[in-house]
Design a protein. Structure first.
Length: 100
């Protein structure tokens, strides 16, 4: 969960599919500012030589910010009209998660 002021982002997994060795599809519901949407991420494990389990995970996916009513360009550029010229509606996530 990410929290800044009253804004909250949560994710709850609904299913995980094994696509290969240390390669998964993670489906779930993401809530941003109280708006829930179905999302899909791909997750891969990173193993150190000789380890039986991954020591880290890499999560990747894309979110359409418009699904949550977020106009990134309007937030950054104000009412300059840039959003209409070249909309930035996709946010690409790529994060590494160290396993404990």
């Amino acid at each position: 969960m990410f929290r800044e002021g009253n804004e909250v982002i949560t994710f709850h997994s609904t299913s995980v599919y094994t696509l290969g060795v240390d390669w998964y599809q993670l489906n779930g519901k993401m809530s941003i500012k109280g708006v829930d949407r179905e999302v899909k991420f791909f997750v891969t494990g990173i193993r150190k030589p000789g380890d039986s389990r991954p020591s880290a995970l890499v999560l990747e996916g894309q979110l359409n910010l418009y699904d949550w009513g977020i106009d990134y360009d309007k937030i950054v550029h104000g009412d300059s009209g840039r959003s209409a010229e070249s909309p930035t509606q996709w946010m690409h996530l790529n994060m590494k998660i160290e396993m404990c």
